[in-house]
Design a protein around this ligand. Structure first.
Ligand code: URA
Length: 203
């Protein structure tokens, strides 16, 4: 069996376990769809956001609303392709897999509880590089309480995988300044350079 179908089987089992066991999905009311992931489990890069919003809740797919359009632009600027398999592809997930009411920030308990599923997802996909989007995702994965400003732009580590925190595309849309665009692009370029250094992409 191919490595990719092994990953797909393991992710499908994890998704079923999430449906059966997530205390967050049980305790939060009003969500419509579990938003588990999008993209290729064979991708070299994984993007991690915070939680589904209204568009994602309606479709069951992460990052499909306005922030998702911005993320797609970021992915294209990196010469990657959200629809591609393999090294040009991307894998996208969130810390929380159901939408919190009124898009509120996940509580620390919710992040810890659903985050355990995210960590298993990361271990299965085994990306070469992780880019976290926004403060909650970086704080969760790095077990940190630091600000975005101090975390972004430098390499961190999750179980041996290099992690680059950057601003959430929704924040970028709200604060669309040349400075913030430059910062995000600098972070993404570092991620591309790391992928090249690791021999994970050949373009
Ligand atoms: N914001 C997120 O953090 N994740 C999504 O899937 C959509 C918006």
């Amino acid at each position: 069996m191919s490595e990719e179908s092994d990953k797909e089987d393991a992710l499908e089992k994890l998704r079923k376990r999430y449906e059966a066991e997530s205390s967050v999905a049980k305790s939060i009311e009003g969500w419509t769809n579990i938003v588990f992931s999008d993209g290729s489990p064979d991708a070299a890069i994984m993007f991690i956001g915070e939680a589904p919003g209204a568009d994602e809740d309606a479709s069951g797919v992460p990052f499909v609303g306005r922030a998702g359009q911005k993320l797609n632009e970021m992915i294209s600027a990196m010469k990657l392709d959200r629809a591609a398999e393999g090294s040009r592809g991307v894998y996208i997930a969130n810390v929380l897999k159901v939408r919190p009411p009124n898009n509120r920030t996940p509580t620390p308990d919710e992040a810890m509880s659903d985050g355990a599923f995210l960590e298993e997802q990361i271990r299965i996909v085994s990306p070469k590089v992780i880019v976290t989007l926004g403060k909650p995702a970086a704080n969760y994965l790095l077990r940190s309480t630091e600000s975005m400003g101090s975390m972004r732009g430098v390499w961190h580590d999750f179980e041996g995988i290099p992690v680059m925190p950057t601003y959430h595309p929704a924040y970028l849309l709200r604060a669309y300044t040349p400075e913030n665009r430059r910062r995000v692009w600098a972070d993404l370029q570092k991620a591309m350079m790391k992928l090249r250094e690791l021999g994970a992409i050949d373009f």
